[in-house]
Ligand binder design. Sequence first.
Ligand SMILES: [Cu+2]
Length: 111
Amino acid sequence: MERYMWSMDGEAMSENPAPIPFRLGERVRVNLINDTMMPHPIHLHGHFFELVCGAPGNRARKHTVNVLPGGKVSFDLTADAEGDWAFHCHMLLHMHAGMMRVVTVRKEEEA
Ligand SMILES: [Cu+2]
């Protein structure tokens, strides 16, 4: 895997990027765009999210979603779990090569 460079939003975990900040209670839409030639099962700790597909009220609730090569997936979540959460590809070789970030959920005054 050394010949691949894996990142999320252009930054690898090894570059010590700033966390992705969510405010406690905030409703967030996350767009995942896979511009690689491999699928990436993306997992967010601490939350369930709703896939943006189908009718509202009947959307799949998940904590991991596979993003196909060249594909795009959007999900909505309510950031209701305060803390620091791993957000990463579940293919461990990808995660260890940098495809991981930290999502922080903080109260408004601490954000
Ligand atoms: Cu991956």
